[in-house]
Design a binder for this molecule. Structure first.
Ligand code: SAH
Length: 598
């Protein structure tokens, strides 16, 4: 009788993150060949009858020999791989050999460590506007990586990157990612032994993560996640996370939902969700019928006799400022209809489904603060706030989002939060801004008045008197190059860098270089093709600028410590900031500075 061979993905480590099918295969196994230190030995306890073999000590041939012998002598063999076998599992050689021998086998998938890492980080790897792709890759080690998949190439997409087997050389990795044009402030997270009890998370940016990882002593068994999705600066999360939910919890400085909140539920599932919401809202009470009373913490509970919901709701209506109803909206509407009087005095009412997917601002959205309460509830449940007041649905565009999308710098960002709250509360705004942008985002909404067509943006909130200034961002490109370099070579690098930073060519005020490049034809035709002025600086001027990446070679060779960084900074004038440090490729170096006081 022949046996059976099953390749099983063990998952990332936690014993309960294996699939049911994988666990069943282990339960029945006679022989388990498992892959070293990232398979949790506690999982092996399931395989009560089995002989256990750690493949870390075996060659591929020895592993195969054991599997084949086992199969031929009628054993149920499990080959246990970490995560999912299809990712860096070195299974293809094993599959091929078994195919050659005509031996059948089955493969059971597993939770790859990338997903355990994403879960630990509580991040969505694919966020609208930030990245809609995930690149699973590794830096080359003993196993080479095809040239077209070099880190630099992949990074040029700006998509979320998850790197296996790469934490050993973080300095080198982050250096390469930056050389590819990713900004130094790109968020990075490293998750060590995701889902294990000794899991560790180190967060940082391309500039400082290597130091953080070294300090944490992480050298292996970790996943590196790189990308803007980690920054939680997507449109949605900015509007709701920063301003409103944190504002709710800590009212310091920000107008938040203020007042007492009662959370109602009518089913067991609803009562559990109500407790979850209450845990995130200081001082909120949970109002439940007697039969579910034990489902909520006693300290928060307000109980009423079974069947007396209408009375309990009526009491709550006059007692609390905000009512969160975890139930069907129909039930709520019928009861609210009996009680609602006028905007100024009705409480905020938010309806939430028992799964917490939606928090609907049902009544008193602006004045009563239900929009903000809905945002706070959604934040707690991980759901979506549903806002239907006109000002919030007619393409309401937050000013920081506008700035980010269209290349403006916010001169007084400390006012952003208050402006966002004023917007949500329905205040009237007067806007001076490019007319085309006003038309696109704010026209047709009576909350916004157009004052004048201006290159910059001034936002004035009529009642609160807040004035927010957004100025068009302007940059300079500093360029260094070898003699005789082609315009196309400069173009390729400069364009890649600007694209990666979402910088428009139209916002480049000058291209700058060293005086001794005054006869460099490629550089001239590059500047000309963009219609941008070329500026030259002498060695003394350049050497007087403090730069992050001076080059000893250039100093020896040309007597200039830095061309691209120093020239970009000089051309951008006083107060300039270097936004892209020196990036080199094929005989060209490019740096980008931002004009701050121009
Ligand atoms: N097949 C596995 C990967 C095997 S390669 C999977 O799908 O996850 C081994 C690499 O996977 C490690 O170097 C590390 O980068 C990553 N890895 C595996 N388990 C991990 C865990 N629990 N936490 C973080 N990274 C892990």
């Amino acid at each position: 009788m022949s046996g059976r061979i099953t390749f099983v993905g063990a998952g990332p480590g936690a014993v309960d993150l294996i699939t049911l099918r994988g666990a069943a295969a282990l339960d029945e196994a006679d022989l388990v060949i498992y892959a070293g230190s990232l398979v949790n030995e506690k999982l092996l306890e399931r395989a009560k009858r089995a002989k256990l073999v750690n493949s870390a000590k075996l060659s591929l041939n020895e592993v195969l020999e054991q599997m084949v012998d086992g199969y031929r002598s009628g054993k149920r063999v499990v080959r246990l791989h970490t995560g999912d076998p299809a990712i860096y599992g070195a299974v293809s050689e094993q599959y091929r050999e078994l195919d050659n021998l005509g031996i059948p086998y089955e493969v059971v998938p597993g939770v790859s460590s990338v997903f355990a890492a994403a879960a630990a980080l509580k991040v969505e790897l694919t966020m609208p506007d930030l990245s809609q792709s995930v690149i699973l890759t590794r830096a080359e080690g003993r196993t080479p990586v095809p040239e077209k998949e070099a880190i630099e190439e992949l990074a040029s997409h700006g998509a979320t990157m998850c790197l296996y087997l790469s934490v050993g050389e973080m300095e080198r990795l982050t250096g390469r990612l930056r050389a590819a044009g990713l900004p130094a402030e790109t968020p990075v997270a490293v998750v060590y032994r995701a889902s294990w009890p000794n899991q560790k998370i180190v967060r940082g940016t391309l500039a400082d993560i290597a130091a953080g990882v070294a300090e944490a002593g992480i050298k292996r068994q970790a996943l590196v996640v790189v990308g803007r999705v980690l920054g939680r600066d997507g449109a949605l999360s900015k509007l709701y996370d920063d301003t409103f939910a944190t504002g709710y919890r800590n009212a310091g400085g920000v107008a938040a939902f203020s007042g007492r909140v009662a959370i109602y539920a009518l089913t067991a599932a609803g009562a559990h969700k109500a407790s979850e919401i209450a845990a995130g809202l200081e001082d909120a009470v949970i109002v439940l019928p007697e039969k579910y009373a034990e489902l909520a913490p006693a300290s928060r509970l307000v109980r009423y006799p079974d069947g007396k919901f209408a009375e309990a709701f009526e009491r709550g209506w006059s007692t609390y400022d905000g009512l969160v109803m975890v139930m069907a909206s129909g039930v709520v509407v019928r009861h609210v209809a009996q009680l609602c009087r006028e905007k100024g005095s009705d409480p905020a009412v938010v309806v939430c489904d028992a799964a917490g997917n939606y928090a609907v601002s049902l009544l008193s959205g602006h004045l009563g603060g239900a929009n903000r309460l809905a945002a706070a509830v959604a934040r707690i449940t991980g759901g979506r706030p549903v806002i239907t007041t006109a000002t919030d649905t007619s393409g309401l565009m937050a000013f920081d989002e506008l700035a980010a999308r269209h290349g403006f710098r916010i001169a007084n960002p400390e006012l952003l939060k208050e402006c966002a709250v004023a917007m949500l509360d329905g205040e009237t705004f007067e806007l001076s801004m490019p007319q085309e942008l006003f038309q696109r985002y704010y026209a047709g909404n009576t909350q916004f008045r157009f004052l004048a067509d201006t290159p910059g943006i001034t936002v004035r909130a009529r009642n609160s008197g807040l004035v927010l200034h957004l100025v068009p961002r302007r940059f300079t490109l500093g360029i260094g190059c070898r003699r005789g370099v082609a315009a196309a070579t400069i173009e390729a690098l400069a364009d890649r860098i600007l694209k990666a930073r979402n910088i428009d060519w139209a916002s480049i005020a000058a291209i700058a270089t060293a005086e001794l490049k005054q006869d460099e034809a490629g550089l001239f035709s590059f500047a000309q093709s963009h219609g941008i002025a070329l500026r030259f600086f002498g060695a003394d001027e350049l050497n007087a600028v403090e730069v992050p990446n001076p080059s000893a070679a250039a100093e020896a060779h040309l007597g200039i410590r830095s061309v691209s960084e120093a020239a970009a900074l000089l051309a951008a004038g006083d107060g300039a900031e270097l936004v892209v440090e020196k990036t080199a490729a094929e005989c060209v170096t490019v740096a980008v500075a931002e004009v701050i006081n121009g």
